[in-house]
Structures are given as structure tokens and as C-alpha cells.
Design a protein around this ligand. Structure first.
Ligand code: CTP
Length: 384
């Protein structure tokens, strides 16, 4: 068993958490006392709190029956409940938009490398020991007597201070290859450094082509998360140092031109967000379009064999490959003031496609036209 360190953060919690969140955590602790289970808030929430970043994703670990507790909590908070019996987890959706994930303290036994975990009951520390990186193993007790006590079982506080991404055990990447993408994502997001030993394990796992054996849905999820990061270029550049972006497709070459394309996407997304409060836009997809811009349809179909994008997303990605060139050509010939012609050309196309095409077009003034199009046809307001 590792040496467990504890620290009383109850006072700190009062100063850093919004009152409604603090009350919610207290309510959860009170119910846990009543139901005689131990409850902890774990992972990203605690990590980000110590770094000083807001994170409203609440992950709870219950020492006891998480499903039964989630049903009680549903009643108490008047929330919506979704149970996943396969993983013995539950999700609560609160009226104020917050969501709470609940899991039973568990150990995950992997049937074979890269397989999905089989869940069995166990204690908090054992549960935490199965997680990806030390910085994600912090837990905060919510039961009344111990409310706000930080439990650090794997030197997570030290690694947070030293800005280090470190795995917990040597087989971590073999168990779950998508953790390679996660290591790079966290490293670049927080400006941390993957520690040397962990880097060597990543290289050894990549050498064994472990990313090819990863669960499709996990890979898809991680690719999307990676491209939804505030600065995907940094993450892509770093992934390239490990596997030359083979995890997406071997024909992708990370060079100045690709770097320029990714930067340009960042610009157009920034511009779009300024004018549109459209939360449904799939930013990751616009980045992916740029990354696979030089690939052909055959390559794209190979990508579909590795990632299980939904049908709609696949259709959009295919459409851009099949007809994007024609639209780009037509864009070039639209008279500068004819916003209606631009609207006609973009009609029926997904916003992600439009963003990619406008971004790619070399026509002078096309971005200004696009903004006018958004204001006139997409019903957005100019905010300056
Ligand atoms: N986890 C893991 N291995 C994975 C995915 C997740 O061990 N392949 C663990 C991590 O320890 C993480 C927890 O499950 O803390 C919850 O996962 P997720 O919500 O993806 O992690 P966050 O740290 O909250 O990530 P983010 O800040 O990007 O939301």
C-alpha cells in the first residue's frame, strides 16, 4: 500500500468554491452519512482546484453501492439519472446544468491488453491506483466529519507542484493505450512535462503498435478531446514527436504547411465564436479537416476504420473531400458584394464545412463576406 498523505482543505474550499457548489458537496456528504457510505470527489475537479482552474465536472467515488446512492441522490437533488449497469456507474443531471458522475470504488482487471475493464468492488485507494496519472489520483472526502480532507495516495501534490505527468504503473499504457493521448493532452494543457520514465514507456508502447489495439470508441473520444483543447496545435506537435501522427493516419505529415493550416483554423474559430454563440459547432472537426486536408478518400476511409465517428460526422468529412474542391472554386468567382450568392453556395452545408472552406479559400475579402453572411443569414449580432 502506498503511504497516504492527508491535508485539511475545508477552509480553502470555503474561499475558492462558489457557495452553491460548496452547499452541493455538503449535501452529498450529509446523504452519504445517512446512508452509511463514504463518498469522495476525485480526479479532475480536485486537480484543477489545486492548480487554480475552475472545473465543474464532479466525479464521485463511493465506497459502497454507487447505484443505490445515485438513486438516493437523485431524489435529494431532484435530478435526472442515467445508470450504466455494465460499468456500475451513474450520471446525474441537475436542473442548473451541473452533472455528477458516480462510480463505485473499484479495481479494474484487464482481460487482455487494451480490452475494456471488468469492474469489481474494492476500496478508494485501490480504485485510484488504477487511474492514469498521479495528478488525477487526488480525492477529497465529503462525509461530514472528514469534509474537505484531501487524500493524496500517490504523491500527486508533489507532481502537481513539479508540473509532472507520471503514470502509476508500468503497464498503464498497455492496459489503456489512449492514455498516451491523455498524457500529451494534459502535458500541453497545463504546460507540464511528461516525466522521462513515462516518456520511455510511451515510446515502448508505440513501438509495439499498441495504439492500433485500442478500443475504437475510446480512441475516437480521445481524438475529439485532443482537438477540442484550447490549443490543439501544441498537442498535435507533441504527439508528432512520439508517433509522427500515425495514430490518425500514416500519410499525415506534420510540417510547416500543416502547422499553418491548424493556426488558420484557430483564427477562423475565434472569429466565428466572436459573432456566433453557437455551442453546437464541432471545433474538433474543423481541425480534423485541416489535418487530413492532403489525404485522399481512400485514406479517409482508413481513418473511419480506426475511429468510430457517427454517420453524420462521417458524411460531412466525406462531403468535404468529395465536393470541397468545387465549392472552393465557386467561392473564388463570387462577386465581393454578393452575400446572397455566398449564402446560396453554403446552403445546406454543415457549419464546420463552411468554416473550413472559408478558411481555405484564397479569395481576398472572403472572411469579411463570411461575417456579413453570418450576420445576415445566420441571425447573429455584431458585438462591436
Ligand atoms: N481515466 C483513466 N484512464 C482513461 C480515462 C480516464 O484513468 N483512459 C481516469 C482519470 O484518472 C480521470 C478520470 O478517469 O481523472 C475521469 O476521466 P476524465 O473525465 O476524462 O478526466 P478529467 O481529468 O476530468 O479530464 P478533463 O479535465 O479533460 O475533463
Amino acid at each position: 500500500m502506498p503511504k497516504i498523505k492527508t491535508k485539511d482543505l475545508s477552509k480553502k474550499l470555503k474561499t475558492i468554491l462558489p457557495i452553491h457548489l460548496l452547499d452541493l458537496l455538503r449535501d452529498i456528504g450529509e446523504l452519504a452519512d445517512k446512508k452509511k457510505v463514504a463518498v469522495y470527489i476525485v480526479g479532475g475537479f480536485v486537480r484543477d482546484m489545486l492548480i487554480g482552474i475552475s472545473n465543474f465536472d464532479i466525479d464521485l467515488v463511493i465506497e459502497g453501492d454507487a447505484i443505490a446512492f445515485s438513486k438516493d441522490l437523485k431524489e435529494k437533488l431532484n435530478a435526472k439519472l442515467k445508470i450504466s449497469p455494465r460499468f456500475k456507474t451513474a450520471k446525474l443531471l441537475l436542473n442548473n446544468g451541473l452533472s455528477i458522475d458516480l462510480a463505485m470504488a473499484r479495481t479494474e482487471f484487464y482481460a487482455y491488453p487494451a480490452a475494456l475493464p471488468i469492474v469489481e468492488s474494492s476500496s478508494l485507494v485501490k480504485d485510484l491506483s488504477r487511474r492514469d496519472f498521479t495528478i488525477n489520483t487526488l480525492a477529497l472526502s465529503l462525509n461530514k466529519k472528514t469534509f474537505g480532507i484531501l487524500i493524496d495516495s500517490f504523491e500527486a501534490s508533489r507532481d502537481l507542484k513539479q508540473k509532472r505527468i507520471k503514470i502509476l504503473h508500468d503497464l498503464s499504457f498497455m492496459d489503456d493505450p489512449t492514455r498516451i493521448l491523455r498524457a500529451v493532452r494534459f502535458e500541453q494543457r497545463f504546460n507540464f512535462r511528461i516525466d522521462k520514465y513515462t516518456q520511455n514507456l510511451i515510446l515502448a508502447a508505440i513501438d509495439k503498435k499498441i495504439l492500433k489495439k485500442a478500443e475504437k470508441f475510446r480512441m475516437t473520444n480521445e481524438l475529439i478531446l485532443l482537438l477540442n483543447e484550447p490549443n490543439p496545435l501544441k498537442v498535435i506537435r507533441r504527439m508528432n514527436t512520439f508517433d509522427e501522427l500515425d495514430f490518425i493516419h500514416p500519410n499525415i505529415k506534420f510540417n510547416k504547411s500543416l502547422s499553418k493550416k491548424i493556426k488558420a483554423v484557430a483564427e477562423i474559430i475565434k472569429c466565428y465564436k466572436k459573432y456566433c454563440q453557437d455551442l453546437s459547432v464541432k471545433i474538433w472537426m474543423v481541425y480534423l479537416m485541416a489535418i487530413i486536408d492532403d489525404l485522399n478518400i481512400h485514406d479517409l476511409k482508413e481513418i473511419f476504420a480506426v475511429f468510430n465517428f457517427n454517420k453524420k460526422d462521417k458524411d460531412i468529412l466525406l462531403e468535404i473531400k468529395q465536393t470541397g474542391g468545387n465549392v472552393l472554386e465557386a467561392l473564388h468567382f463570387i462577386p465581393v458584394r454578393k452575400i446572397s450568392e455566398l449564402a446560396e453556395l453554403l446552403k445546406g452545408r454543415a457549419v464546420e464545412e463552411c468554416l473550413f472552406l472559408i478558411n481555405k479559400s484564397k479569395k481576398t475579402g472572403i472572411k469579411k463576406m463570411f461575417i456579413e453572411y453570418l450576420v445576415k443569414y445566420v441571425n447573429v449580432k455584431l458585438d462591436n
